[in-house]
Write a new protein. Structure first.
Length: 156
């Protein structure tokens, strides 16, 4: 799992750099040169989309995703494991919904092409189900760790 996350981090970093270069070049070409380069806008949107989905998957793995921490601060220790289980289940459901909807959206766009770059939109949209798989694997890993901690009596 750590290799997948490390690859996702590297990919997100590269995509963020590409996004920055595309946007900076696009702004320079439009405002200074007065000659817009149309494909840069599309390229920046596509790189940002891929980066955002993979960064989101990394956040799930590292526990940085959105959670209701107010609840965990105000409940008794006995119920914190229950809250963690609910969080894991909600994350798993989110991952499965993102996977199913991402696959459907990708399939629907197999014959659609981006106007400026001419890329098949399925290649752009496939970031959704791929990142969903990383989220699901992260949830499975977290569940495994929780089970091990529960067996050892260390779960909080």
């Amino acid at each position: 799992m750590t290799k997948i996350i490390e690859f996702s981090k590297s990919l997100s970093g590269v995509l963020l750099a590409i996004f920055f270069v595309f946007v900076a070049t696009d702004v320079f070409s439009r405002n200074v040169l007065k000659m817009p380069i149309i494909w840069l806008n599309e390229g920046s949107v596509f790189s940002f989309q891929w980066m955002a989905f993979f960064a989101g998957a990394i956040c799930f793995y590292e526990g940085l995703h959105f959670k209701v921490s107010i609840l965990s601060q105000h409940i008794e220790e006995d119920y914190k494991v229950t809250l963690t289980i609910i969080e894991i289940l909600a994350s798993f459901v989110f991952g499965v919904v993102l996977l199913v909807q991402g696959i459907q959206l990708t399939i629907l766009n197999l014959k659609s092409f981006s106007p400026a770059l001419g890329l098949c939109m399925a290649w752009i949209l496939i970031a959704m189900p791929i990142s969903a798989m990383v989220i699901i694997l992260s949830v499975i890993s977290k569940t495994r760790s929780l089970i091990i901690d529960l067996k050892r009596g260390k779960a909080r």
